[in-house]
Write a protein that binds this ligand. Structure first.
Ligand SMILES: [Zn+2]
Length: 281
């Protein structure tokens, strides 16, 4: 069997929560999205797409540069910033199939409705969100690339409902979607203390796979894909659960977490969660 390789494209965009308290983190108010191409001699599989029309055009050009036949686009979860590029990608690569689990499909169905796509994402990125296309339901939890097994790992409710990661045992690669974050504030606005505890269990399941490379859906471009990103994500959630217990106002929760994690990208995500969980000040 031919060897497999992978390559990751990162794009940077503005965060979703933009009314942050004043502070010395102006230089961190952005977030990246990652898309990973796994490829053999002839074929390739892409994991996740991007938010805006322009970002997805860049993704298409980057995939074409790899000069492989794109067979599948796998979507790790249903959030718009990962699934909105499906239509553009399928148009550019008509032989490819976009695949997702039932959990991803359920969330993607919500995110492609006008309420959400136009009312939420469209307001934050006016005129930039592509037309909605849903993936097909993946039958089972495996598919293959040039004879190598690609395994879907169900992670349950992490930063949203029904999330997954994609494991490529042949090269000890884990494309984690938003189950793991790389030096970026984790998106907790859809979580409760109970789901954050489930999220920690999902991270331990990923840790037990002993991957050598872990590619987070949101990644600090200056950091590598070391599996310690799993441990750091567990620490972040543990710290948040503690801080949520010991603080009262959104600002207290936000500042307590920033004290522990001052240099993660996208503090707006933390502020958004703090306001939701503690009530808007
Ligand atoms: Zn995301």
């Amino acid at each position: 069997m031919p060897d497999l390789h992978y390559d990751t494209l990162l794009v940077r965009r503005e965060g979703l929560t933009r009314d942050l308290p004043p502070g010395d983190n102006e230089d961190l108010r952005w977030v990246t999205n990652s898309s990973t191409l796994i490829f053999g001699d002839q074929d390739a599989v892409l994991v996740d797409t991007f938010t805006t029309i322009e970002q997805n055009e860049r993704l298409i050009a980057w995939v074409k540069d790899h000069d492989r036949r794109l067979t599948h686009i796998y979507l790790t979860h249903g959030h718009g910033d990962h699934v909105y590029g499906i239509g553009q990608l399928l148009e550019a690569f008509p032989d490819a199939r976009a695949l997702a689990t039932a959990g991803t499909l359920a969330e993607a169905s919500l995110q492609t409705e006008d309420d959400y796509r136009v009312g939420f994402w469209g307001r934050l990125f006016p005129g930039q969100i592509p037309d909605p296309v849903l993936p097909e339901l993946l039958d089972g939890h495996h598919f293959s690339l040039e004879g190598h097994d690609l395994r879907v790992v169900e992670a349950g409710h992490t930063d949203t409902q029904g999330t997954t990661a994609l494991s490529v045992p042949a090269i000890r690669l884990l494309v984690s979607g938003d189950v793991v974050y790389n030096n970026t504030h984790m998106y907790l606005a859809e979580t409760t203390r109970e789901t954050r505890t489930e999220w920690i269990s999902a991270l331990r399941t990923l840790e037990a796979l002993e991957p050598a490379h872990v590619i987070a859906g949101h990644k600090d471009p200056d950091r590598d894909d070391d599996p310690r990103n799993i441990t750091e994500s567990i620490q972040y959630l543990t710290d948040f659960n503690d801080a949520e217990r010991t603080t009262t106002t959104p600002l207290e929760l936000y500042e307590t977490m920033l004290g522990l994690h001052p240099r993660r990208a996208n503090p707006g995500s933390l502020w958004g969660a703090a306001k939701l969980i503690k009530g808007t000040p």
